[in-house]
Design a protein around this ligand. Sequence first.
Ligand SMILES: O=C(CO)COP(=O)(O)O
Length: 253
Amino acid sequence: MARKFFVGGNWKCNGTSEEVKKIVSTLNEAEVPSEDVVEVVVSPPFVFLPLVKSLLRSDFHVAAQNCWVRKGGAFTGEVSAEMLVNLSIPWVILGHSERRALLNESNDFVGDKVAYALSRGLKVIACVGETLEQRESGSTVAVVAEQTKAIAEKISNWDNVVLAYEPVWAIGTGKVATPAQAQEVHAELRKWLKDNVSAEVAASTRIIYGGSVNGANCKELAAQPDVDGFLVGGASLKPEFIDIIKSATVKKN
Ligand SMILES: O=C(CO)COP(=O)(O)O
């Protein structure tokens, strides 16, 4: 089964309502390949989700940046998967390295979150990635395998999962992974899925790259056989996000 190119825009904790409307109108005016070629999902902060969803073109979709690990209730400050479903928010990003590092989200906790969100019917962008220290000590593959294992142990269906490989050292640093570095880890992740889940899941699961992707470097990355798209931070707030969406056409040639 062909893997449809996937481009996610993670807006992180940025924007005013005016800025958000401006970004959406830029996206709405853009000419991009059809939904058959590329799946586009933007992820504004929670408070802007309804606004963005109401204004955004119908061929693009929205994602939350997090959700609570189980059913909602007395969890002050959290947003539940049920609430996202209630607002018809189809996607959620889970396990982003900023949350793993700054909010101490463990592999196990992320695995539980992914399982719960899927059980409620959400689609999940699950993030994995190594720190610079881990890369330099040669443990990149072991780290991402461990993070993926913590998810794989808790889910039985990968249809609604996109795996995002986001090396921590490349996030927000301008230090993008080379196409060869990205390809190498993506291929290892796919092999891990083949060996530990199934050949079908390995062949059909999209593995996207995140970390300093921009309009200038996206095409070369997109050309790598195991790079199925991107999760974009900083550049997703700028018009060059449209160029990144268009890099999907690299796969067609
Ligand atoms: O964290 C990221 C996407 O989730 C990547 O961020 P940057 O594109 O700003 O490096």
